[in-house]
Design a protein around this ligand. Sequence first.
Ligand code: GDP
Ligand code: IMO
Ligand code: MG
Length: 447
Amino acid sequence: MSNKAVQHTCVFGMGWGDEGKGKLVDLLYPAFHAVVRFNGGANAGHTVCVGKEKFALHLLPTGVLHESAVGVIGPGVVVDPIGLLEEIDGLAARGINVSPKLKISQRAHLVMPYHKAEDNLSEQNATGATRIGTTARGIGPCYADKMRRTTAIRFIDLLNDENLEARVRELSQKRAAALKAIYGDDGGLDIESIVRDVLLAKKRLSSNICDTTSFLHETINAGQAILFEGANGILLDIDHGTYPFVTSSSTGPHGIGPGAGVPPACVTRYIAVTKAYSTRVGSGPFVTELKDDIGDRIRKAGNEFGTTTGRPRRCGWFDAVSSRYARQITGATDIALMHLDTLSGFDEVGVCVAYRHEGKTLTTMPTDAATLEQCEPVIEYRPGWHENLRTVRRYEDLPQTTRDYVEHIESLVGAPVSILGVGPDRSQTLIRGPLKDSIDVPEPASL
Ligand code: GDP
Ligand code: IMO
Ligand code: MG
């Protein structure tokens, strides 16, 4: 454990998700006692590569891959219990037993099959402007039920509700009827199998369900550090993202209060993860998108295909306008700039420094998606690099042009780039500047 001052830390996405949060959490977790998911659900897909092993985590906090860290699923997460059991069983089949160190908040909500059915049907029946391109994991419908209150199921209900079976049956029947009325299709819901699955989840997960809020406060009082693992990204945030093409939760450090029950002021280090270029999956505005050979080249070099859905990710140049906005609303103290290796081989690398809209130059993020759709990027080209960066382990050993690019991004976004990714493996990460001295990153146990 670290002998440095305890700093509770949040790792979150600065863009539209898939920035490399999983890799970073996997690298940092040995300095922390607990790793906490506080938002989203199985829409997340966090990849960890260690040697030849590759893991994709959707609901489990990334730290649970390793023995030392406790994994916490906080009150703000929406959990598909069967998906969670599949994830637990999938890891068990690979020799990793996460159950003993997994804590699920009694306050977290269950994603039910009818949420997933509604997500699918609503997308299938939407026209262009209203099709969000969701991950079909039932996230939006589940959060809607949470806000509606009377139709929601929480993990505490698995423990305490004596009428659980009857309630699940009734809610499922009503929802199947509602879907049929709206879409002419009940989504193929099998009511009795839904009831059986909830009872199975109750049986298998009861020992993991607890008051995670008390656990986290005990951890803080004991002087042990906590790592909060954001899911999705700031530009997908329900309040601050490119609405309505967003997810349904608070995706940044501001989500820690409601999503974990820990005052955000306890958290003093906010690491915003981004790529050295931009990507997006699903619909919605993407000002720097490259619908050309360059975009294809980035997708191929970066293996840009969704971890959760396998969809090809849209690719474009780094967007300093949206990144600065993300930095402002989150108070990011550090930037982790991933995938620098992916940009090797370009003679020139573009950075978007402003948007053009109806003859005006914008340096702040417009609020509505329709305006963003019409914006043109103002791209500044900088010299690229051709060296293979994957074996570089010290910042000083990066090519001068790469370092110039990194430092240019720092000045445009307004926060230090303290972490750099030069490949998918945990070892292909550089830490520089004050962060290096304020965090102990012991070599994690190999998997
Ligand atoms: P997350 O959702 O933010 O955890 O990101 P994903 O795991 O969905 O997507 C990030 C992808 O980039 C994964 O395939 C990672 O293995 C990979 N990755 C992360 N950092 C780097 C990097 O610095 N270079 C390269 N080439 N790949 C990286
Ligand atoms: P991680 O944690 C990338 C996107 C979906 C869609 C929109 C709404 O791996 O970075 P939802 O299913 O949440 O209702 O979909 O948000 N989206 C993500 N894109 N990475 C993610 O998570 C995402 N989570 C949601 O593609 O556009
Ligand atoms: Mg992902």
